[in-house]
Write a protein that binds this ligand. Sequence first.
Ligand SMILES: [Zn+2]
Ligand SMILES: [Zn+2]
Ligand SMILES: [Zn+2]
Length: 140
Amino acid sequence: MNKNIEQKLLDKNTNPTSMRILVYDFLKQQQIAMSLSEIESHFYKADRVTIYRTLKTFEEKGIVHSIQENNTTKYILCHDECDEKTHKDWHLHFYCKICKQTTCKEDFTIPQSESSAYRIDEIRLFGKGICEQCLEESLQ
Ligand SMILES: [Zn+2]
Ligand SMILES: [Zn+2]
Ligand SMILES: [Zn+2]
């Protein structure tokens, strides 16, 4: 299984060090965006700086995208279309006020402009509300 991750990292021009493989593997298992401290508490043996650098490298290489949420930054894996030059995660990031989880809502995307007279490198779209699960539970 780690062979797959190694290949994924290589495809994104990233040297597959053991730490990077571990972090990638962990993020791959998450359905929600994770903050540095959440990731850190999973890797209690690794130091914070190493994990932070790993995430920064991943972000530069189009492997993860970050979400600004109040005062925290959360990270979540990108789709294959992202690369070193551009992130294509132009979708809504949604924070649930009840379970406090942040997820990507890909059915809610930003329309792309046809104009090539300018270049957008980054757009952030952030929403707050109640997620599917919490909404369902509140109706029961
Ligand atoms: Zn991305
Ligand atoms: Zn929720
Ligand atoms: Zn996203």
